[in-house]
Design a protein around this ligand. Structure first.
Ligand code: TXA
Ligand code: MG
Length: 354
């Protein structure tokens, strides 16, 4: 959205979506690359743009919670649990996986019989979804959108990241709606309810903006993990969310020891990334010209908000490596820990991961 012309930018975006085109838009988690979810060709264009395998499903974004029921096919028991989660967490950073309504094109689900649905809280996403639903005038008015990044790369948390990621598409006319920095900063929490009626409970497929403990409070029972039969989640690939510069995770102690040894044996500069409260532990490194220390917030929410922008900035910094201090093991860090370990997994083969 260009400053001062939000309505015009939204109207243009709705027009592009109705014609089967793609639109990048802000959400409270990360920016999405959206298409009309009921148009298989439009959804296919997302896969092409991202370079994403076509058997990976995308999330459908809806304007309001009540729209969920048009996309899914659920028994009463599953519906009651989904409704509890929706009442508490929507609009917001929670994606529900449920059995897909047969009227919904298979393309959105990557051929699976389930569908992921989310109602985002970002006011610009809300405005876009509402305007799109009005213009489309059908029950199945939703925007299918994965994160607006090339497959496997770091997700975008501001409009400029999307423009950097898809410079070619932007030159060719891809609208990128402005919405400021994403408030949550990492992707939505994904829970699977698609096998609830089979006694599989509610399974956590991806930790994210909503913590597991917040979900458990509402559900009144523990979450299940995933198993071989669970729906596939591309964010659960071992390597994902990766920068181009190798990133390695260390305990704070190892980080200091290894960095000093590394300096003796190598040339170039490394970035050391840790939390503000850990600065004291790396004083030995702080004065070294070949080490650049980068500090992130002490709290999990602030850290998540800053994470992807920092990864992108450091990736442009010309460093030989990014040496990252592991985050605390407490549950509120689960989303951040998950993204960091997947970012680092892409480089695990070339050197042992500490
Ligand atoms: O916060 C978010 O969820 C962001 C914003 C844009 O909403 N979207 C996002 O989309 O992270 P994406 O495509 O990058 O990740 C969505 C994840 C993928 O791992 C995908 O496999 C999973 O959701 N997913 C979507 N539909 C699914 C389904 N039917 N069954 C299993 N997993 C599904
Ligand atoms: Mg993604």
């Amino acid at each position: 959205m260009t400053a001062g012309q939000p309505e015009q930018a939204l109207a243009q975006a709705v027009d592009v979506l109705l014609r089967g085109g793609l639109v990048a838009f802000p959400t409270e988690t990360v920016y999405g690359l959206g298409a009309d979810a009921s148009n298989p060709e439009a959804v296919h264009a997302i896969y092409l743009a991202k370079g994403r395998p076509s058997n990976h499903p995308v999330i459908v974004h809806v304007a309001q919670a009540a729209d969920l029921w048009s996309w899914v096919s659920v028994d009463d028991q599953t519906k009651a649990v989904a409704q509890r989660l929706v009442d508490r967490f929507w609009p917001g950073p929670l994606t529900l996986i449920l059995k897909r309504n047969e009227a919904v094109p298979e393309a959105v689900s990557g051929g699976q019989d389930t569908i992921g649905v989310r109602c985002p809280s970002h006011p610009v996403a809300q405005a876009l979804l509402t305007a799109f639903a009005q213009a489309r005038g059908s029950e199945l008015a939703g925007i299918a959108a994965p994160s607006a990044n090339r497959f496997g790369h770091v997700s975008p948390t501001r409009a400029q990241h999307v423009r950097d990621e898809f410079a070619d598409l932007v030159r060719a006319g891809l609208p990128v709606i402005e919405g400021g920095d994403s408030e949550v900063g990492i992707e939505s929490t994904i829970v699977d309810l698609s096998r609830f009626s089979l006694g599989h409970g509610v399974a956590l497929l991806r930790p994210g903006g909503i913590s597991a403990s917040a979900l458990v409070l509402v559900l009144g029972e523990p979450l299940k993990g995933t198993d071989d039969q669970a729906p596939r989640v591309s964010g659960s690939l071992k390597a994902h969310y990766s920068p181009h510069t190798p990133i390695r995770l260390y305990s704070l102690k190892q980080l200091v020891q290894d960095a000093l040894a590394w300096l003796d044996q190598n040339t170039g500069t490394v970035a050391v990334v840790l939390r503000q409260c850990e600065l004291g532990a790396v004083q030995e490194l702080a004065t070294n010209q070949r080490i650049s220390i980068s500090v992130l917030p002490d709290d999990a929410a602030g850290y998540a908000r800053a994470l992807y922008a920092r990864l992108r900035a450091l990736d442009q910094g010309g460093f030989v490596e990014l040496r990252w201090a592991k985050v605390p093991p407490e549950p509120e860090w689960a989303g951040v820990a998950d993204r960091l370990s997947r970012a680092a997994a892409a480089f695990a083969d070339s050197r042992p991961d500490h």
